[in-house]
Ligand binder design. Structure first.
Ligand code: GUN
Ligand code: FE
Length: 469
């Protein structure tokens, strides 16, 4: 075994499959200096830990021991987040998407032309997201190259894992917030990619992602150039908004009358790949679901925004995505989503799925048959599935699978220490008199907890939030 750096002993909980949680009780975890899990030994009696470490010659290893009521889960992956919207969360609830972009969002994002504004907001964003347990985020920046480079540096400095994309937008927004040409947009994108690869050559924490905001804000020439960049560099991820709302779909198809749906549109530009993260995917035809599956695209399900901003109350066909083995992660879509908490995203994923289950069909689908996804009931998600999407599913969608999302030897230790004891910061989570099982504590955390229950946050084995036990 490589020379270890520290050890942890306690209960770990993670998803073993999309529908199953696995509790690893009394587990001794040994981490390498770079945060890789070197060994994982469940059922190591608390009183035997020192002896087990000594047997392996590691008696002097720093050891963190959890108490009853505390456990580790994998860090949350926010598969869709708008960094410059950190300060506008909560504004414009109930507005339709294009009105909300014009009225609230574009004037706010335009302020990021000032790099010192970006420095100030992005520092707060990274700290705020880590505090809520978001160890990985897929960020849309503003359209500004400089501000987006600031964002990448802020993530690396703060220790947050992230995909970082400068928004591409060369049409259909006010002149104060629009790029002058496709060429200018591509040049700024390339300079962001160079910066991100210079500050983190291995892509160990921050990686670039191509970010055509959506087809409404991109000329065909810009979409084509981005597709070409993606083709030439298979390590580049891609993200965009996809079938978010009726208003947006109508506008998109009237700008591109040669296409009958967004799946054909984006794929014709080479933008639908196994590295693509599609946010929303609410109004989906069976044809489009099949196409996303065949092309291996990932979905960032954003239930909070889908219910509150953008297009009325939309419940995406998430169960159908899962049934079809499409990779699904959860996004806060903050600030379209008013909350940047993945706990809220999980709860909203559950609640909207119950609504879809109860009201389906004819709900969140248009009247005409073409747009209505085929459904057969069974639309409700389980808590296990919501947790999977927030952790292991999200890791797959953002291209960090095999590195994070669950606990195993060789994986990197991105983890949250959840503390459900009553005394923790005055949070009164009712544990039963005789103590809850680990699984029940996790359920209570997901449904009733908040960031006060997240005591420590680790990314790649490094403590990035909290000050020890
Ligand atoms: N579509 C294009 N831009 C945005 C955005 O910022 N938020 C949401 N929810 N949808 C979008
Ligand atoms: Fe969004």
């Amino acid at each position: 075994m490589a020379e270890p750096a520290k050890a942890i002993h306690g209960t770990l909980i993670h998803s073993s499959t999309p529908t199953q949680l696995k509790v690893l009780p009394d587990t001794l975890v040994i981490l390498s200096p770079s945060g890789t899990i070197l060994s994982l030994q469940p059922n190591t009696n608390r009183l035997r830990v020192a002896a087990v470490l000594a047997e392996q010659g590691f008696e002097r290893l720093p050891l963190t021991t959890l108490s009853p009521g505390q456990f580790f889960i994998p860090g949350f992956v926010d598969a869709h987040n708008h960094a410059p919207q950190w300060m506008q969360r909560g504004l414009g609830q109930g507005m339709h998407i294009l009105d909300w972009l014009d009225g609230i969002t574009f004037p706010n994002e335009a302020k990021f032309a000032d790099a010192s504004h970006a420095e100030s907001v992005y520092g707060k964003l990274v700290r705020g997201m880590l505090r809520q347990g978001v160890t990985t985020a897929s960020y849309y920046g503003s359209l500004h190259g400089e501000a987006t480079r600031v964002l990448a540096s802020a993530c690396l400095r703060g220790g947050q894992r992230a995909l970082i994309g400068k928004c591409n937008m060369d049409r259909n927004s006010p002149s104060f917030y629009r790029e002058a040409s496709a060429g200018e947009s591509i040049a700024a994108t390339q300079s962001c990619i160079r910066h991100i690869r210079a500050i983190d050559p291995e892509g160990s924490l921050v990686r670039p992602v191509l970010t055509p905001r959506f087809a409404i804000s991109c000329t065909a020439q810009l979409l084509r150039s981005l597709g070409e960049m993606a083709r030439q560099d298979p390590s580049l991820a891609i993200q965009t908004h996809f079938n978010e709302a009726a208003q947006e779909i109508d506008a998109t198809l009237s700008l591109f009358p040669e296409f009958r749906n967004e799946a054909d549109l984006y794929s014709s530009f080479g933008l639908l790949t196994p590295r693509t993260i599609l946010a929303h995917c609410t109004i989906m035809t069976p044809y489009e679901i099949g196409k996303l599956r065949d092309l291996g695209c990932g979905v960032a399900h954003c239930p909070t925004a889908n219910m509150t901003v953008g297009g009325g109350f939309m419940a995406a066909p998430v169960k159908e995505f899962l049934r079809r083995d499409i990779n699904v992660g959860l996004g806060t879509d903050s600030g379209g989503g008013y909350s940047s908490s993945m706990l809220n995203a999980m709860r909203h994923a559950l609640v909207t799925s119950y609504a879809r289950d109860a009201l389906y069909p004819g709900f969140a689908a248009r009247d005409e048959g073409e747009r209505r996804a085929e459904g057969s009931g069974g639309e409700a998600l389980s808590l296990e599935e919501a947790f999977y999407m927030a952790t292991r599913g999200g890791a797959k969608v953002v291209g960090f699978d095999g590195q994070i999302g669950h606990f195993a030897v060789g994986m990197e230790f991105d983890a949250l220490l959840v503390d459900m004891r009553d005394e923790r910061n005055g949070v009164n989570v009712p544990l039963d008199e005789d103590g809850d099982s680990a699984q029940r504590m996790l359920e209570k955390f997901v449904m009733t907890g908040d960031d006060r229950n997240i005591a420590l946050v680790y990314v790649k084995g490094k403590l990035v939030y909290g000050d020890g036990l």
